[in-house]
Design a protein around this ligand. Structure first.
Ligand SMILES: Cc1ncc(COP(=O)(O)O)c(C=O)c1O
Length: 388
């Protein structure tokens, strides 16, 4: 019998929703029912958006800067971003290599759409930020999971060799990493770059947490010799400037990617909202010292949470970057979905099951420490009552 036409395109039927949304909904329902929940499940900065950024947007509105901006982004904003890329990331780029996007998510969506053909494979260090798998599948590619921890312990090149196929076209390279806070070193980047060059692969780099590095340094893979032409790097203002809801990010690349990215941006969003871009310009003008102060606040929270989780038997190390801790769940349950459910039911502590970030995340939970210190203290006290 002929199938009715009332179904999604095959491409989209294969794309899933993430567990994270379901957990967020459950927490919202519990809170709405009057329950006190210690929420470590989120993925956004707890700081409010800095005042100059908010005034930047208000001023743009008052001055009627509400019309279409160029879909690539406002020129002064692209210039300011290029300056930041030169001074902070050590990239030799001008504004002509920068395109504004609706957050880092859109930069990544556009990058995968630009690079992948149906049937292409993408190497993906796992555990990984959940939407990446779906972005690859949505571009009709196939994700190939490379276990991050064993790759770092036993050799990144060997691991990439082992999982690559003749159809491999790209590597997704995220540092600092969500969900485990790993910061890839310059040496790690050199290995990935050498592999990409040898196999003629494209690197889709994701540096969303570049400003949240506590140990070591952030290193942009696109700066290595031979990499600028084969790397599309995505950034976001969401995490650094507490602008998650404003939805602004950018992507940096060379031709032919720039032409492809421009097409995707033009036909998906036709650019970022104009007042948001003026707000983003204020963000780019903020002194970097303000970011250092925030980093210290995050570090305090990281240390408190790591110490607290270890004290209740949820073993973890202090991650070098981002704002997540990735402790073992095995003391509660080896199935991380069950472990997260048990913690939420018994101690009202909300976390994300590690398996949501790929098979290699199983046996772990993700806790965000981008929360008030009091939440960490109260959450650990609740865990102690339940676990100790
Ligand atoms: C690793 C990683 N990349 C990119 C993003 C994109 O963030 P946004 O779309 O808010 O800019 C996130 C957000 O959680 C992330 O964790």
């Amino acid at each position: 019998m002929k199938r009715s036409s009332l179904h999604l395109s095959k491409r989209l039927e294969e794309v899933g929703f993430s567990d994270i949304v379901q957990i967020r909904n459950k927490v919202m329902a519990l809170r709405a029912a009057g329950e006190m929940i210690y929420g470590f499940h989120g993925g956004e900065p707890f700081f409010t958006t800095p005042i100059p950024i908010k005034y930047g947007m208000m001023q743009a509105l008052v001055e009627d800067k509400t019309r279409y901006a160029p879909s690539s982004g406002l020129e002064p904003l692209r210039e300011a971003i290029a300056h930041k890329l030169q001074t902070f990331n050590h990239m030799h780029v001008g504004a002509d290599r920068v395109l504004l996007t609706v957050g880092g998510s859109h930069a990544l969506y556009a990058s995968f759409q630009c690079v992948l053909d149906p049937g292409d494979d993408v190497l993906l260090f796992s555990p990984y930020w959940t939407p990446i798998r779906e972005l690859i599948i949505g571009a009709q590619g196939r994700p190939l999971l490379v276990p991050t921890v064993s790759a770092r312990n036993h050799g990144i090149t060997e691991a990439l060799e082992r999982y690559a196929t003749p159809q491999t076209r790209a590597i997704y390279y995220n540092t600092p990493q969500n969900p485990n806070g790993i910061v890839f070193t310059r040496q790690d980047a050199e290995e990935v770059a050498a592999f990409a060059i040898k196999r003629d692969l494209i690197v889709i780099a994701d540096e969303a947490y570049e400003d949240l590095v506590y140990e070591g340094e952030h290193f942009s893979i696109a700066t290595l010799p031979g990499m600028a032409e084969r790397t599309l790097t995505s950034y976001t203002l969401s995490k650094t400037f507490s602008m998650t809801g404003l939805r602004v990010g950018y992507v940096v690349a060379q031709e032919p990617w720039m032409t492809g990215l421009r097409k995707i941006i033009l036909y998906s969003t036709n650019g970022v909202s104009t007042p948001t871009q003026w707000a983003a310009l204020e963000a780019m003008r903020m002194p970097r010292e303000a970011l250092t102060e925030r980093l210290e606040e995050y570090r305090k929270r990281r240390d408190l949470l790591v110490q607290g989780l270890n004290s209740v038997g949820l073993e973890c190390i202090a991650p070098a970057g981002a704002f997540y801790v990735f402790p073992r769940s095995t003391k509660i349950h080896k199935d991380s979905r069950k472990a997260a459910d048990i913690l939420l039911d018994k101690s009202h502590v909300a976390s994300i099951p590690g398996v949501a970030f790929g098979a290699q995340g199983e046996g772990h939970l993700r806790f965000s420490y981008s929360v008030p210190m009091e939440t960490i203290e109260a959450g650990i006290a609740a865990l102690k009552t339940f676990l100790c």
